[in-house]
Design a protein around this ligand. Structure first.
Ligand SMILES: Cc1ncc(COP(=O)(O)O)c(C=O)c1O
Length: 403
């Protein structure tokens, strides 16, 4: 929290604006439009809801295919299935770890040949905040006249060629979940350029009502609007957004300096000057050639909860291992860091390797699987201070066994 939230919440409560829609929602949307330099922002109850309505408003329907980056969190993909459509997965390229434009083009032509139809839209994802190669992706998408919906849930404030992510495509989505760059204690937004799309999304998000003196419905709607009180939190958070982004970038620069001479560990960095990540999460790759203390015991015990978020709500695993998982030295480093009070977590498991999506068409070069097998996310949030980074890097150094 920024410390300013109550300055927005208390007046709203005094004015009785504890309802789902209210003036703070409009004001928060206005803040987002200004910051992202887009004509329309629609504030919703989550990033997942934002992606669902963004693609629905573009006409995604049962029988359609939607192209999506495989290396991502499930929330980039599940909304495709909510619409009754099917995902087509695209692997990553090495520079950004995001959607590979070469594979994207191959996939478009191959889907056209195999199904006789073009995919309905393309969803690149700013994983860990890193911008995707948006100019190349747009150039390909425009050639085939396919809309791009940017999943910038993790990349709020990241820029490509100085332009904010989420403002390039037909639509872009943001998340204000508790773990994101700013939070509304749960929320999201669609950014878009067309008034018609924004109006349609607002309409779908408020149960799709026809204007009669009674409830009349012709289409399925959703209860997805952001509450006014959540929008108050968002307004307060917008006042510290730049501060938070600078902090994340600063923490990344300290990791970069301190990890520089640690053999076998490489930090994910902006590949060139066009890319300006918010470094929402700082991530490393651990060479398969280094040995970590306790490696022999990795994966020997069931863990009691899910790694990362969900308030510990998960289903018990039925096996100790799966056929696609991080290398033993990665799991050993995670456990060693945990022993020293440091939370880390593996990179996101590619969607084409998830049991849920194993049967979906996938255009693969092996890169996301390799990244998943070697990667770890390190503490990066607003509470992480320089001395913590020193402690974390020292712990990593001591965990590496010299041969
Ligand atoms: C890449 C990505 N897309 C979409 C989402 C969905 O956002 P939310 O949690 O607000 O529904 C998240 C985060 O959870 C995410 O990491």
């Amino acid at each position: 929290m920024s410390g300013r939230e109550l300055d927005y919440i208390i007046p709203a409560l005094r004015e009785d604006w504890a309802v789902p829609l209210g003036p703070d929602v409009t004001a928060f949307e206005h803040d987002l439009e200004q910051y992202c330099n887009v004509p329309h922002a629609v504030a919703l109850s989550s990033g997942t809801a934002a992606l669902h309505l963004a693609i629905l408003s573009l006409g995604v329907e049962p029988g359609d295919e939607v192209i999506v980056q495989s290396f991502t969190f499930c929330a980039s993909v599940n909304p495709i299935v909510y619409c009754g459509a099917s995902p087509v997965f695209i692997d990553s390229e090495r520079d950004t770890w995001n959607m590979d434009p070469e594979l994207l083009e191959q996939a478009i032509t191959d889907r056209l040949e195999k199904t006789g139809k073009l995919p309905k839209c393309i969803i690149p994802v700013a994983l860990y905040g890193m911008p995707y190669k948006i100019e190349r992706i747009l150039e390909i998408a425009n050639r085939y006249n396919i809309p791009v919906v940017e999943d910038a849930a993790e990349g709020f404030g990241s820029r490509y060629n100085n332009k904010i992510l989420g403002s390039f495509g037909t639509a872009g989505i943001l998340s204000f979940n508790g773990n994101k760059m700013i939070t509304t204690s749960g929320g999201g937004a669609v950014l878009c350029h067309s008034r018609e799309t924004a109006e349609k999304i607002k309409w779908l998000a408020t149960q799709a009502r026809e204007s009669y003196p009674y409830y009349e419905h012709k289409e399925i709607g959703f209860n997805y609007r952001l509450s006014n009180i959540s929008a108050c939190i968002g307004r307060a958070q917008m006042t510290v957004l730049e501060e938070y982004i600078s902090h994340h970038r600063h923490i990344h620069s300290i990791y970069e300096e301190l990890l520089n001479d640690v053999d076998g560990i490489s930090l994910h960095c902006n590949p060139s000057d066009e890319f300006n990540s918010n470094f929402w999460l700082c991530t490393i790759l651990i060479s398969p050639d280094i040995r970590i203390i306790g490696e022999e015991n990795a994966y020997s015990q069931k863990i009691g909860c899910a790694i990362g978020g969900a308030g510990g709500v998960t289903r018990a695993a039925d096996t100790l291992t799966t056929d696609c998982q991080p290398n033993r030295n990665v799991e050993a480093l995670r456990l060693e860091l945990e022993k020293h009070g440091i939370e880390s977590r593996p990179l996101w498991k590619p969607m084409h390797k998830q049991p849920l999506y194993g049967g979906a068409p996938a255009y693969i070069n092996g890169i996301s699987e390799e990244l998943f097998s070697q990667g770890l996310c390190l503490p990066s949030g607003p509470y992480v201070k320089e001395e913590h980074v020193r402690y974390i890097v020292n712990t990593i150094r001591q965990a590496i066994q010299t041969k």
